[in-house]
Design a protein around this ligand. Structure first.
Ligand code: ADE
Length: 248
């Protein structure tokens, strides 16, 4: 029996946020919902405010040194991680634990990063930053990875936490109905996905390509690869460099 089968869950994801309501139903659909029901992943949402100890339940404060905006305080985040992981010291995290801070300063999230987390982690804690930032001591002592979902600024890390969770969970063993679906996804092998068609064969004068109806698998494969290359060349030329290198 595989070790992963002996565990109730292959992966646990804990999200730390000051807006737990944001996540109310977002993980209740499709593949993520199925993966939760099948106990492939357990997802918990934690309100950072519930880890405050002061009368006003403050999660943010003015920045030392002055400047605009507010900074998220470190104490409730340390307390939350300590409770969830069992320690607030990065060196002592159990193996397979990733504490990820979502911020525009992080390394950019891509399919290869999703794959890395899906393969290496069994427990992911996602810290959703807000305001002007998070007290840097969170980064210094707790965070194993700082991740951005792209070169733009969101109002907070919450949408990024949803993006990471979705992209990682669908890569977990048995999360997808068909094993080949993830293999053919865009970005697997540095190519975008090929075009897909279903019934009807003809719609408003637009016909499905003959080759797809031919039953000739080798021809279909060739056509799909050509189309994937064409699409990648048009939309994401930068990806092709990697693809050509892989083929050498
Ligand atoms: N928080 C604000 N902007 C972000 C981004 N681009 N990625 C992740 N977290 C963020």
């Amino acid at each position: 029996m595989f070790a992963s089968r002996m565990l109730a869950f292959r992966m646990k994801i804990d999200v730390l946020t000051i807006f737990p309501e944001f996540f109310k139903e977002v993980f209740d659909f499709g593949i993520i919902r199925r993966a939760r029901i099948a106990e492939i992943v357990e997802i918990n949402i934690h309100d950072i405010r519930s880890f405050t100890t002061d009368k006003h339940r403050k999660t943010d404060d003015k920045p030392f040194g002055g400047g605009d905006g507010m900074v998220m305080k470190c104490e409730p985040i340390f307390d939350a991680v300590e409770k969830i992981v069992g320690t607030g010291e990065r060196e002592n995290y159990p193996q397979g634990t990733k504490v990820i801070l979502l911020s525009p300063q992080g390394r950019v999230f891509k399919q290869s990063v999703a794959r890395e987390f899906a393969e290496e982690a069994n427990h992911i804690v996602l810290i959703c930053g807000r305001y002007e930032g998070v007290d840097e001591r969170v980064n210094d002592a707790l965070v194993t990875d700082e991740v951005s979902i792209g070169d733009y600024v969101l109002s907070g890390g919450e949408p990024a936490a949803i993006v990471l969770t979705d992209a990682i969970v669908r890569l977990l063993p048995n999360a997808l109905g068909s094993e080949t679906s993830a293999v053919n996804d865009s970005f697997t092998g540095n190519l975008l996905d090929y075009p897909h068609y279903t019934q009807p064969r003809e719609f408003r004068g637009m016909e499905v390509r003959e080759v797809l109806l031919s039953g000739n698998n080798a021809e279909i494969e060739r056509w799909r690869r050509e189309k994937a290359l064409e699409k990648t060349r048009l939309s994401r030329k930068d990806l092709l460099e990697g693809e050509m290198k892989d083929e050498k």
